[in-house]
Design a protein around this ligand. Sequence first.
Ligand SMILES: [Zn+2]
Ligand SMILES: [Zn+2]
Ligand SMILES: [Zn+2]
Ligand SMILES: [Zn+2]
Ligand SMILES: [Zn+2]
Ligand SMILES: [Zn+2]
Length: 278
Amino acid sequence: MSSLGASKSAFDNRGIEVSQVRVGAEYFIGKRNYERTVKFPHPNGECCVCSDEGGLKLKCGHYMCPDDILDYAWKQIKTLKHEISCASCTKIVDIDDIIILGLPDDEEKQFLTAALSVNFCLSQDIQQCIRCKSYCQRKNEDSPQVNCLVCTKNMIKPYLFCWYCLGEWKTAPTEYKKCGNSNCKKAKIMQLESAPMIDFKDKKGKTVKVPSIRACPDCTTIIEHNGGCNEMTCNYCKHKFCFICLIPTKEGSLICKSTTWNPNATITCIPAPIQANI
Ligand SMILES: [Zn+2]
Ligand SMILES: [Zn+2]
Ligand SMILES: [Zn+2]
Ligand SMILES: [Zn+2]
Ligand SMILES: [Zn+2]
Ligand SMILES: [Zn+2]
């Protein structure tokens, strides 16, 4: 995805939204089942995902079979990636190569490019206004409030919508965290469920996977872990908690005693599961 211009046209063609990207990923993963014995007009090699012969050569030199290329792409799209990498060496694979080697049908091809565009927009803090379909950039990533300039001009009054649920901002503009829409919770849960996992090390040196996005246990504001230590402070309500186990601090220190602020530090607590209820 090289420019926003290209992403916009794919987005417009299909008009798919964030929620549809997730549904699309579920729908397409495992949908295909190519005969492993099909002979492709390219050199075959051992697929780095399933180890079968019949993988097609990527530019990085690794091989993947067509259904694994597409399944792997959808799994990465589900975690909000806007570029797809090789399953073995993590070098970026061009979308055109994914289409040539993965052989998606027309529907899947359209959905694939549109889904990557949606993820690209999100990575740039750009969300589509559902009222006028224009693209709006979020000014402050600590607040889900987005101002659509097109609608604001047309309505001759500020039009604000919610980054998570895309609904019109129902509460006062100064209440910059809660949009007041009843379906907002569902939109947030979908975001929590599709968050990529990040690694922490436990006291035995074993890697522990933790979702990179959590909802503040107190006010449900979405908080992303951008490196740094596991003690988090919610920007909105100032609630302090452990990003791993979600247990709040007491008198300024973590009850779970896990620390990740120095390279030798380890965690001692059990990661809380993905928050399915907030
Ligand atoms: Zn394979
Ligand atoms: Zn590779
Ligand atoms: Zn608008
Ligand atoms: Zn909302
Ligand atoms: Zn909070
Ligand atoms: Zn903890």
